[in-house]
Design a protein around this ligand. Structure first.
Ligand SMILES: [Cu+2]
Length: 405
């Protein structure tokens, strides 16, 4: 089978199609022709180094002399993954012994609207069709067993790097799947906390895939659930799973967003846009307005929400306007949570959990408190909270009126 990348540019065999190096080469050619830029060869060099790294990781982890894993004592369960902002069915406190949690993800490539007002769209590279990819929840000591499938009609190769896992580039070295291929990776969740996962096919393809939506989060709960600093149990009523996505969408000379016929066609243009490090969009759950208006998150006064915020590429600083982070785990769930936070920090390439119990009804904006990103680039979500107003917490004593000088 033969496929074309960037129609008219290069034709290659199926197994080689859209390897990071091939595409980078194509980008280098177009880049060199259009701009006479000296940068393109550097990307090639990076990709070569990266390819060696992946090969080495794969060889180490497929050592025939390695001892087989002892799976005695584990029970197998399936976890049905659901689209964000929702969380899969799970226990907060684990019952029974450790489990092998079976999940399946498809690396689907789909054209998504990023902003209806401007017509901005992206050929999103996804896990199971959503940006971010689905939230996975297990307990410390469990195994995650992922079947990763790349649909036959995909344009690109994909893989997955789990920050929660140990070895072989987070599994990235063992999970490269080309269109029409699948693989199975099993890893043990030894570190409790929230962690990013993302696609990392090598070289410049890594940020390209991550900045096209290919990332998500795993939450590894302690077996006995979440605790405050004194060891008291903390439970949540619901989860709001928010993935912050920076996009670098190419524009034409008039400032209009460019459109492309297929995933990968924007590669050279996107790399040029990404080099500036300034996103055109920074959005929650894939698009401007994905979590506002009709799509707003819902809660009730007295409800405790665990907000899980994933950012695979850039730092973020979430703030709930009108509320707080009662308990925030910026690091491991083994660490004491931060308390009473006004704004918390998500290091680029990580996921953070913040717990809050709503005390007043109304609309709360959950924003990246880099307010340029929150208000101008799209990083805003809304919680619509039902319940009775508490004048003891806040009251409008005098409505706005003219005063006499
Ligand atoms: Cu990918």
């Amino acid at each position: 089978m033969t496929k074309f990348i960037n129609p008219g540019l290069k034709q290659t065999s199926r197994r080689n199609v859209l390897r990071g190096t091939v595409l980078a080469g194509a980008a280098a050619m177009t880049g060199a022709a259009a701009m006479a830029t000296p940068r393109a060869p550097k990307i090639n060099a990076v990709n070569k180094t990266s390819a060696k790294l992946y090969k080495a990781a794969s060889e180490t982890a497929t050592d025939a002399n390695a001892k087989p894993a002892d799976l005695a004592g584990y029970t197998r369960v399936k976890q049905e993954l659901v689209a964000p902002p929702f969380a899969p069915k799970h226990e907060q406190v684990a019952t029974g012994g450790p489990k092998i949690v079976e999940i399946t993800m498809d690396t689907t490539e789909r054209l998504m609207v990023v902003d209806e007002d401007t017509g901005a769209e992206v050929w999103a590279l996804t896990y199971n069709g959503s940006v971010p990819g689905p939230l996975i929840i297990v307990h410390e000591g469990d195994m995650v067993e992922l079947t990763l499938r790349n649909p036959a009609d995909s344009q690109m190769e994909h893989n997955i790097d789990f920050h929660a896992s140990t070895g072989a580039l987070g599994g990235g070295g063992l999970t490269h799947v080309y269109p029409g291929e699948e693989c199975v990776l099993r890893w043990k969740a030894t570190k409790p906390g929230c962690f990013t996962y993302h696609c990392a096919p090598g070289g410049a393809m890594i940020p390209y895939h991550v900045c096209h939506g290919m990332n998500g989060a795993v939450m590894v709960l302690p077996r006995d659930g979440l605790k405050d600093k004194d060891g008291n149990q903390l439970k949540y009523d619901s989860i709001a799973y928010i993935g912050e996505q920076d996009y670098y969408l190419p524009m034409d000379n008039s400032g209009a967003y460019k459109t492309y016929a297929a995933a990968g066609d924007d590669y050279a243009d996107s790399l040029d846009a990404m080099r500036g490090l300034i996103p055109t969009h920074s959005v929650f759950n894939g698009a401007v307005g994905a979590l506002t208006g009709e799509n707003a998150l819902k809660a009730e006064v007295g409800e405790t929400v665990l907000m899980i915020h994933n950012q695979a590429n850039r730092d973020s600083r979430p703030h709930l306007i009108g509320g707080h982070g009662d308990f925030v785990w910026e690091s491991s769930f083994s660490d004491e949570p931060l308390t009473g936070m006004e704004t918390w920090f998500v290091r680029g390439g990580s996921a953070v959990a913040a717990m809050y119990t709503f005390e007043q009804p109304g609309v709360y904006a959950y924003v990246n408190h880099n307010l340029i990103e929150g208000a101008m680039l799209g990083a805003t979500a809304h919680f619509v909270v039902e319940g009775s107003w508490d004048n003891a917490l806040m009251e409008q004593v005098v409505a706005p009126r003219e005063f006499e000088a």
